[in-house]
Design a protein around this ligand. Structure first.
Ligand code: CU
Length: 541
């Protein structure tokens, strides 16, 4: 059994409970504004639901998965107990309390500001303080990851840090730095407004600081899936990791490049000059490199596995892979969604093409396909992989788990492909209702209804996930053995020192942030005409 199993289980259970509740809200939202509903939705309830859905699924669910998986990796790959487990529990409690505070504030109706909480919309202070507590809780985790790796390195001089730990610590450092933007925004601009100490706010500066966090947070969600791609999938498929060094290179490139590109979320904002918009477009293109490296290495690793299993010919190895193993199936489905979502992302990221889809339902389709699709399906697979080591019981059953993954995949495509289409037809995002009798909207109605059906397929998949995880806590106990990681083809070859630690890369990350964000943030201090009065949330029916 895994050390710290209670700690890991607590994170996974809270994560999936939050997830399941939020999927219910998501399905309801899609139905309520579709022609199937037969009348306008209650806008007030709709925006509460959207805010709760986004807040829970962006700030609570992936954070808990990253934390829980990180602890599991740390104790199993370093093969020793976690140092500072008391702090880990304190971090967990902070995330729990913070999440409850924020979500209760949303439920009370005072904080329907959506998860991006862009000022001048202003929520109850409880909403923001809850988010701050949850983030601080996750920082406990991040510091513990760095501390545990450092302690291990000091006692094992010259040995290579296991890749799973290297990737996890890269993610922890990325998150520590990524969260700083929104933390500065909340502490210096938003909380004074929410408490009534100030009456106006610089919305441009607030959005710039938020964009610091908004892009790279996606990589914080993504990297646990990448750790699984590199270290769990090749072995589950029956092969070897094609290149350990390629994995390390991808992780350090994410660390340096993921963060200073967030202005691609502000292409339509007048307070940012076109030069910086172009600069961020260029770096956004560069961040595709570590993803391409990952897809290449993962495919090569799967080919090694398929050929070891007797696959012949150009593509015969694909059919030879064990597709009945949940994590292998999830990887295949994840790559399909990543390919489709990545192609759409090329449009969002380009400074000029973006204007054709800006603030339309296309954007919602894009990030659901990438995050809720290709990333979250790997969270399920990680849980299935860890579960026998956490509970001592076999997964019940792998067939059911594969069905659950297929349902998630199909549901996500049925939800997001129509969203991309109606986005191209000009449908704005974040609308509580549309007047379907309007001739200009008539063509979009059937697509919106189809996507709402997909929402219920996703709900069914979420219910099935919980059923599988609960059922797998009963039945006969079996020794699951130790959680082990894929061996790499280049394990024996020497490793450059820069790829066995992260200090150089953290330096580069901070330097590039200063170059790409220094001026856009600094101008907030001498451009004084951007401030506007606060707006409390009132939605008239
Ligand atoms: Cu982005």
């Amino acid at each position: 059994m895994l050390a710290s199993r209670r700690l890991v289980l607590a994170h996974f259970w809270l994560a999936f409970a939050t997830f399941a509740g939020s999927v219910v809200l998501g399905a309801w939202q899609m139905w309520a504004r579709s022609p199937l509903h037969g009348g306008p939705a209650d806008a007030e309830l709709y925006y509460r639901a959207v805010t709760a859905h986004g807040t829970a699924l962006a700030y609570v669910f992936p954070t808990l998965i990253a934390m829980g998986f990180g602890y599991a990796v740390c104790v199993s790959a370093l093969d020793r107990p976690l140092r500072g487990e008391g702090f880990a529990w304190a971090g967990f409690v902070l995330v729990l309390v913070g999440a409850l505070m924020s979500l209760l504030a949303v439920a009370a109706g005072s904080s329907s500001v959506l998860y991006t909480f862009y000022p001048p919309l202003t929520a109850s202070p409880f909403y923001y303080v809850g988010i701050v507590l949850a983030v601080v809780g996750s920082w406990f985790w991040a510091v513990l990851m760095v501390y545990n790796m450092r302690a291990w390195k000091q006692e094992h001089p010259g040995e290579r840090v296991p890749l799973a730990v290297f990737g996890t610590v890269a993610n922890a450092l990325l998150w520590l730095w990524t969260a700083v933007g929104a933390a500065l925004e909340i502490l210096f601009l938003i909380l004074p407004l929410a408490f009534g100490w100030t009456t106006t706010v610089d919305v441009g500066l607030a959005r710039t600081l938020f964009s610091w966090t908004l892009h790279a947070i996606v990589y914080f969600w993504l990297l646990p899936a990448y750790v699984a791609f590199y270290t769990l999938v090749p072995q589950a498929a029956g092969g070897r990791l094609y290149s350990d060094r390629m994995g390390r290179t991808a992780f350090v490139l994410f660390l340096v490049l993921a963060m200073p590109i967030g202005i691609h979320h502000l292409f339509a904002d007048p307070h940012i000059g076109e030069g910086f918009k172009f600069l961020h477009t260029v770096f956004t293109a560069a961040v595709a490199i570590p993803t391409l490296l990952t897809v290449f290495t993962l495919t090569a690793s799967l080919e090694v596995a398929g050929r070891l299993r007797g696959g012949r010919g150009l593509l015969g190895w694909v059919g030879a892979l064990p597709w009945d193993r949940p994590i292998v199936l999830a990887t295949g489905l994840s790559l399909v969604m990543l390919g489709l979502g990545g192609a759409g992302g090329l449009i969002n990221m380009s400074y000029t093409l973006d204007s054709t889809v800006h603030n339309t339902q296309w954007v919602t389709g894009h990030f659901h396909l990438i995050f809720a699709g290709s990333v979250v399906i790997m969270y399920f697979a990680i849980a299935y992989e860890l579960w026998p080591h956490l509970t001592g019981h076999p997964l019940r059953s792998t067939k059911l788990a594969c069905l659950q993954l297929w349902l998630w995949f199909i549901g996500m495509l049925v939800v997001t492909l129509p969203w991309h289409l109606v986005g191209l037809m000009g449908q704005p995002r974040r609308m509580a209702y549309y007047d379907w009798s309007e001739p200009g909207l008539a063509a979009q109605g059937p697509l919106v209804s189809a996507s709402a059906v997909g929402g219920f397929v996703l709900l069914l998949s979420a219910v099935l996930l919980i059923v599988i995880l609960v059922r797998s806590r009963r039945g006969e106990k079996v020794g699951a053995g130790a959680l082990t990681y894929a061996r790499a083809l280049d394990d024996g070859s020497p490793l450059p020192r820069a790829l066995n630690g992260l200090a150089v890369w953290v330096g580069l990350m901070i330097a590039l942030t200063a170059v790409n964000y220094g001026y856009p943030i600094a101008q907030g201090f001498f451009l004084q005409h951007n401030t506007v009065p606060a707006q409390t949330v009132t939605i008239s029916p």
